[in-house]
Design a protein around this ligand. Structure first.
Ligand SMILES: *[C@@H]1O[C@H](CO)[C@@H](O)[C@H](O)[C@H]1NC(C)=O
Length: 215
């Protein structure tokens, strides 16, 4: 009886593995077809005979972004809605240009892990764990930094020159939740923000003016 149970479990597992292997073999990629309707799972796949190598090449991260803004930084992305070849692959990249003093505001990517590579300059970066421990390090050229899945993280260009970083993500279209925008960039009522964060209402009003919020 016990042997029967084990062998049926084994058989089930093998079937499962075979069906996974089959799926991989049958479908190498799903290049996004921006002209077809989107469905719950994302983009429709471009018909394979219409796919070319150019679907897998994206040049949008080749040039520096404009850092004349509040955060003195710019983050062009190569997500699935810009870069069709990455659709369905579960990975992508962003570029970050940070002027001296430029910031990566406190934010998180729900369910997504990130790795940051410092190509030029130096960045003080960190994340906060769910145990509420803060992990901060000043990263130099060539350093890479792992941000575990979904944790809030941040960065500042603490060096004297322009910094260039690239960030990779475990999703081709990572969501982003910027803490300042979640609290001050919408119509979240000031009294409720104040009650639920213990921040002074005057400070909240001031930040709502900065981040485009109301109420
Ligand atoms: C950068 O952005 C600022 C503010 O929007 C703008 O005034 C400036 O012309 C832009 N610079 C370039 C090179 O696009």
């Amino acid at each position: 009886m016990k042997i029967m149970t084990i062998s049926s479990v084994t058989l089930f597992t093998i079937c499962l593995l075979i069906s996974f292997c089959d799926a991989k073999v049958l479908k190498d990629f799903c290049v996004a077809d921006y002209t077809a309707p989107q469905h719950a799972g994302g983009y429709s796949c471009k018909s394979p005979e219409k796919v070319t190598v150019d679907d897998f090449v994206y040049s949008g991260l080749a040039t520096p972004g404009n850092t004349s803004n509040l955060i003195k930084a710019s983050f062009p992305n190569a997500f699935s809605y810009q870069f069709p070849g990455v659709n369905g692959l579960g990975v992508t990249l962003s570029r970050g240009d940070l002027a001296p003093g430029g910031i990566i505001p406190v934010h998180s990517h729900p369910g997504v892990t990130e790795i940051i590579l410092v190509v030029k300059g130096s960045i003080t970066a960190g994340f906060v764990s769910t145990a509420n421990n803060v992990y901060i390090k000043t990263l130099e050229e060539g350093d890479i930094f792992a941000v575990p899945q979904g944790l809030i993280h941040f960065g500042v260009n603490t060096g004297p020159s322009q910094a260039l970083v690239f960030a990779s993500f475990s999703d081709e279209n990572p969501g982003v939740q910027v803490t300042d925008l979640a609290l001050f960039g919408n119509n979240f009522p000031t009294d409720l923000v104040s009650k639920t964060t213990f921040l002074d209402p005057a400070v909240i009003k001031k930040l709502k003016a900065v981040f485009g919020g109301s109420g």
